[in-house]
Design a protein around this ligand. Sequence first.
Ligand SMILES: [Zn+2]
Length: 205
Amino acid sequence: MDSQRLLWGDRQCEVCREELFCEGLFCPTCQREIDKLLYPVASRNEGYLLASMYHYDGLIRDLLRKMKFQEGRYLSRFFAGEIVRFLEENEIFAEAVSWIPMHRRKERRRGFDHAKDLAVETAKMLDIPFLPILRRAKPTRALYSLTAKERIGELKGAFEAALKEDERLWLVLDDILTTGSTVDEAAKILQEATIVNFVFLVIAR
Ligand SMILES: [Zn+2]
């Protein structure tokens, strides 16, 4: 066994399966491809901040798709690391972590909720609590195939607040932002429940 292997163990790049002699999950080539997709944008909507870290494209899209399957669940730890880095860079000092939940029937079918995985791992790394602040009150159809007006109708009554009158700064996570309507609806429900300090952060949009 050569000294490189002794030092780094027998590991492979998560994307290209090339032998890995560095920290992290990716070889330098794949890491560069991932870095090219960085897309840290933030917009302030009706009194709340919505931020994203990456473009939903290329390797990021592949990794997020993989994370939706049981064998890719461990990737939530990598993305949680990215979330923590993003929060530090942007001086966002979250006090509690939550997520945009999927409907329990969907969660049962899939076996887990990958957005919740992100919240659990992020909370662990930041050593702050994670709790559900939203519940899915009804299942919704896939929104990407609907018009803007249909989306609003579909989302009406989709969420309920799971907490009330909480003053902590909440970090609310999701993997992908397809349209802003889900986040808008979630924000409305939180504000109605007097939870007013929250930041939505998605991995990619
Ligand atoms: Zn690679």
